[in-house]
Design a protein around this ligand. Structure first.
Ligand SMILES: Cc1ncc(COP(=O)(O)O)c(C=O)c1O
Length: 403
């Protein structure tokens, strides 16, 4: 495609994405790593099901929408290159991650290998497993440019023979993109199960669980996938299902109670689900997955990364502002420290001016922010529907606020 044709395709896609997203006309939304703006079709899927529940009854409405609910599983699966039977729909990425961890009967001395950049709640779960089950937590060192050092990981796999490798693909607090495929290849070669937290990756980057070679992948609906709050999903590989993995606290949806003292897990990943469901949100998640499948990654991915690069350069060049992201590959999450200002105050002042961003404190990403010498950071996370003008507007607003 010639450059002018590709510019024209991008322009048309941008117009369409923005007109599909009523929130684009209301605010400058640069908090997609927190929760993105839902397209109208996602909101409509949710509200129309709530309407049915209120008129027909909750159980009856779910039965009536069984085909759409089944389609939601298929569409979520397609977003990550899986089959519907590999998808469990759960409350959040944290829920998905905890369910996956609970499938392992950790014994004292078992090692979990992870990184210094893994998400706060995942780190807390490892520490809880260390305290309660005697698990040893080993954080693989970073390479010189940031991100997990693959050579050090290879050595750690040989030295510790871990029970599990768990990695956050993109941490919540920086633009770092971990080399998840290379890690998956090393885990496969070592025969070690691999759990990926893809919470910030799904909807932002192409995801293919076959290329990742992971056993589990945890994700949420509300971030770059643009679904509703309060729902997420867990991918469970065929290998994990075949070896009989199931969550510790299995529920009546996940198992058959065959004899008073015996149960068998159901066939697919639904063994990780619980019976009660927010079906309206399942349909919202399905609509978001369908929407994501229609977005051309050849346009959306470079566009989002271009906006992030613009933000890092523009905001990072403001006097008193330092861009913090480090790593061989960076993504749409951009982060800054602003001299003499608490990030939370800046977020509130920007919000008053119609601009959504977010803030994090040192304890949200203790290791990384201590290493960077930062108490609070301002996070600006564009998505493909944002514009270059919006990045310029936030930069000018920040300049005025801190001058
Ligand atoms: C990298 C990462 N993992 C996990 C989570 C947790 O997601 P949830 O709030 O859906 O449990 C987040 C949330 O910000 C995240 O950024």
């Amino acid at each position: 495609m010639t450059e002018s044709k590709s510019n024209e395709s991008e322009r048309q896609a941008l117009v369409r994405w923005r007109s599909d997203t009523p929130g684009c006309g209301v605010r400058i939304h640069l908090n997609n790593a927190g929760a993105s703006l839902m397209p109208a079709v996602v909101k409509d899927a949710i509200t129309s099901h709530l309407g049915r529940e209120s008129l027909e009854g909750g159980y009856e409405a779910a039965d009536a929408q069984a085909d759409l609910i089944a389609a939601a599983y298929r569409d979520v699966a397609r977003v990550i290159g899986a089959e519907a039977h590999n998808v469990a729909i759960v409350r959040s990425a944290t829920d998905a991650f905890a369910l996956a961890l609970s499938a392992f009967d950790f014994a004292p001395g078992d090692v979990i290998l992870t990184s210094s950049d893994d998400y706060i709640s995942n780190q807390l779960m490892y520490l809880s497993l260390a305290a309660r089950r005697g698990v040893r937590l080993v954080r693989v060192p970073d390479g010189p440019m940031g991100g997990i050092d693959l050579r050090a990981l290879e050595d750690a796999l040989a030295q510790h023979r871990p029970r599990l490798v768990a990695l956050s693909w993109i941490p919540t607090n920086s633009g770092l993109v971990q080399p998840v495929e290379a890690v998956g290849a090393l885990c496969a070669a070592a025969g070690v199960p691999y759990l990926v937290d893809a919470c910030q990756a799904v909807g932002q980057l192409p995801v293919d669980v076959r290329a990742l070679r992971c056993d589990y992948l945890a994700a949420t609906a509300r971030k770059f996938l643009r679904g509703p709050r309060g729902i997420g999903f867990l991918y469970v590989s065929d290998a994990a299902l075949e070896r009989g993995d199931h969550p510790l606290y299995i529920d009546m949806r996940g198992a058959h109670w065959e004899e008073p003292d015996r149960f068998t897990p159901v066939d697919g990943a639904r063994r990780f689900e619980t019976w009660e469901f927010a079906h309206a949100l399942v349909l919202g998640l399905g609509a978001a997955a369908q929407y994501a499948l229609a977005v051309d990654p050849g346009i959306a991915v470079p566009r989002t990364q271009g906006l992030a690069t613009q933000a890092r350069q523009r905001l990072g060049s403001i006097r008193g502002v330092r861009a913090l992201d480090r790593g061989p590959q960076l993504c749409a999450i951009t982060t800054y420290t602003v001299e003499g200002h608490q990030a939370r105050d800046l977020v509130l002042k920007l919000r008053e001016r119609g601009i959504n961003t977010s803030a994090q404190a040192r304890e949200d990403a203790l290791i990384d922010l201590t290493r960077k010498g930062v108490e609070t950071l301002l996070r600006v996370s564009p998505h493909y529907f944002n514009t270059e003008d919006e990045i310029e507007t936030v930069a000018r607003a920040l300049e005025r606020l801190i001058s």
